[in-house]
Structure formats: C-alpha cells, structure tokens
Design a protein around this ligand. Structure first.
Ligand code: G3H
Ligand code: 13P
Ligand code: ZN
Ligand code: NA
Length: 280
C-alpha cells in the first residue's frame, strides 16, 4: 500500500533497523523493488533521481505510485537529489511523498536558504524533507587527507543547519561515496557518525546514508547501530540489470524477466541486511 516516508522512518527508528531507498528507472525496476518487498515482508522506498525523471517523466512517477498502491506492504515514493530550485518546484506537484533537497553543491549559507525555502513548501504538503550537508562524490583515489576531511559533515554546522531549515532527515557524509568504493575499501568515520547521531536524536531528525552500494555488511550494521534509518542503493541494482543482459536471451520478455529477477535478488538481500525484512 502507498505509505508515507515519515511513517516508514518512524517505525525504523522504533524498531532499530533501516529502510532501503532504491533508485528506479523503469517498470522492471519498480516491479523488482515491490516484489522484493512483498516477498521479504519489508517496507521500501521507490526513489527517482532527476536523471530518471528526465527519461521517464511523470509516467514513471505514476508507475511508482500505482505499484505502491497495489502492493501488499507499505511503499513510498521519494524524489532523490533535487539540486535545482526550478525542478523541485515542479516536482512538489507530482505526487511524491518525500524529497531530498540537495544543496550540497552550494556554500553553507546558500544551502541553508535553498533547503529552508523548499522545506517550507514541502512541509505545507506534509512531505518529509531530507537534505545533505557535506559533499558526497564518486570515489577519488587521489584525494588528500585535507580534501577528504573537508567533505565530511561538520557537527556544528549540522546543528545550525537543522535548526535553520527544519528538515526531517539528514544525509551525512562520513566517507560514504556514490558508486564503487576504492580498492582499499570504505573509509567510514564511525566516530563522526556517532556524534551526528547524538545531535540528530536530540533534534528528532533521521540519519540517511547515500552510497550504500559497495558497503560491506559490517559497515552497514555499524551504521544502523549508530542510527542510520535510510540507506540509498543505486549502483548495485543497476549493475545487476546490466549484467543480466550479458547472457544470451531469446526475446524481449526473457530480457525483462531476467533483469527483474537479477535486481530483485540484490534488493531482497539489502532488505535482509538493513533489518527491514520481516517487519511487516
Ligand atoms: O524522531 C526521530 C529520531 O529521533 C531520529 O533519530 O538519528 O536516531 O534516527 P535517529
Ligand atoms: P550508490 O549508487 O552507491 O548505491 O548510491 C546511491 C545513492 O546515494 C542514490 O542517491
Ligand atoms: Zn545519493
Ligand atoms: Na556506493
């Protein structure tokens, strides 16, 4: 059934687990998430990135909402990485239940005013608002220690940011990256995550971790213990889709069915790892 991201994260907080937010691009992706959620008896978030919206348009949003309504488990529809004011103003009218306001490319002050502006509008529609502080990028192997540190979420700034913007969820940068992690493995600052968690639990703000693809089990567990309630997963699901195309197929139906199955397997495994499986 169509649910609200607020409710999913509230339940995750109460139950000490995290909900997966899976980026979807087409019907097979939507079906893979919903089927995995139903089989695992898990809540799930269908998440649309601006690049996916550009391809699929409002039809993709409608597909997500319709699939969520028909599902036997709670599903919500979230807009990911809204980094353009104009686009977000349009997106707020499309029926999403929650949005990520991504002002991480802006200066701290500009990020505050951008996020606050959109928060007020989104809250008037009872949507949950997620925002990012710090800078998350793809892996850059030649990053100096100073550059690495400069991108992390600062706890004092986080406090000011939360107070000024009234957001509901904070996407943190603790060394997590979109896409693959470096050959040496992730360098996550769990000590920083603990400090951010202390702050966020005082403020009633949920912690979100982007870039969950490629994070080993132990790290996921450590993050959940330190309050992460939403993990964003994209790359691993996309890879499962692409890999499924490499074995010879008889026809289009076969291509679609095996892509769906491949994505579903990855998604279901994440649901078990995040602890959301069996919670419905
Ligand atoms: O009501 C919200 C929770 O206090 C969120 O805090 O950072 O522990 O998930 P959290
Ligand atoms: P990954 O591609 O690393 O899973 O990151 C997903 C993400 O953060 C989407 O917003
Ligand atoms: Zn992301
Ligand atoms: Na990643």
């Amino acid at each position: 059934k169509l649910s609200s991201t607020k409710e999913l994260l509230f339940n995750a907080e109460k139950g000490g687990y995290a909900v997966g937010a899976f980026n979807v691009y087409n019907l097979e992706g939507v079906q893979a998430v919903v089927t995995a959620a139903e089989e695992e008896k898990s809540p799930a978030i269908l998440q649309i990135h601006p690049s996916a919206l550009k391809q699929g348009g409002i039809t993709l949003v409608a597909c997500c909402i319709s699939a969520a309504e028909r599902a036997s488990v709670p599903i919500t529809v979230h807009f990911d990485h809204g980094d353009s004011n104009q686009e977000l103003l349009e997106v707020l009218e499309l029926g999403f239940d929650s949005v990520m306001v991504d002002g991480s490319h802006l200066s701290f002050k500009e990020n505050i005013s951008y996020t606050k502006h959109i928060s007020i509008l989104a809250h008037s529609k009872d949507m949950l608002v997620e925002a990012e502080l710090g800078r998350l990028s793809g892996v850059e192997d030649d990053l100096t220690v100073e550059d690495y540190e400069a991108r992390l979420t600062d706890v004092n700034q986080a406090q000011e940011f939360i107070d000024a913007t009234g957001i509901d969820a904070l996407a943190v940068c603790i060394g997590n990256v979109h896409g693959k992690y470096s050959a040496n493995g992730p360098n996550l600052r769990l000590d920083l995550l603990e400090h951010l968690h202390d702050l966020c639990s005082k403020k009633g703000v949920y912690l979100v971790l982007h870039g969950a693809s490629g994070l080993p089990r132990e790290f996921i567990k450590e993050c959940i213990e330190r309050g992460v309630r939403k993990f964003n997963v994209n790359t691993e699901v996309r890879k499962a889709y692409m890999d499924s195309l490499s074995s010879p197929k008889k026809d289009l139906i076969h291509v679609m069915a095996s892509a769906k199955e491949a994505m579903k397997r990855v998604i279901a495994e994440k649901m078990r790892l995040f602890g959301s499986a069996g919670k419905i």
